[in-house]
Design a protein around this ligand. Structure first.
Ligand SMILES: [Zn+2]
Length: 141
């Protein structure tokens, strides 16, 4: 009998908790600085642009563009080994920051720098949903 291998689960506490749980309602949330107004990813307890500690969470549009990517064709991890080949990408969110993610539900050979993408979520526990992206196929012609 084959062992079921689950996606590794992020540690949900502190600054990143809102990020990991916001996907459950279909929203990608990122921090925005109350002082300078800039957004950032990954979540931190201070603004990486001006060091202010007054942050709020904003709901993103879920839209972005592939900044760069690579295709993983092998993995030493027992979960990711079942997913090869898969795309690891840096996506420029419409709200500004770069975000590391996976591009899923597509032929890895169809992925291109500059391609528009939309967020989807993979529910991995009762409260945590991992944000992933898919190609906006209607605009990839
Ligand atoms: Zn700031």
């Amino acid at each position: 009998m084959e062992e079921t291998v689950n996606r590794p689960c992020p540690e949900v506490r502190g600054t990143g908790e809102k990020y990991w749980v916001s996907g459950r309602n279909g929203t990608l949330s990122i921090p925005q600085c109350d002082t300078c107004g800039k957004t950032h990813w990954y979540p931190r307890s201070y603004c990486p642009h001006c060091d202010a500690k007054t942050l709020k969470w904003i709901a993103c549009s879920g839209k972005g563009v592939i900044h760069t990517f690579t295709v993983a064709r092998q993995s030493g991890h027992k979960y990711f080994k079942t997913k090869v080949p898969y795309v690891i990408a840096m996506v420029t969110l419409a709200e500004g920051p770069l975000m590391m993610t996976n591009i899923v539900d597509c032929d890895v050979e169809a992925v291109r720098i500059g391609a528009p993408v939309s967020v989807i979520f993979e529910d991995i526990t009762d409260s945590i949903s991992v944000p992933l992206f898919k190609l906006d196929t209607e605009s990839v012609l």
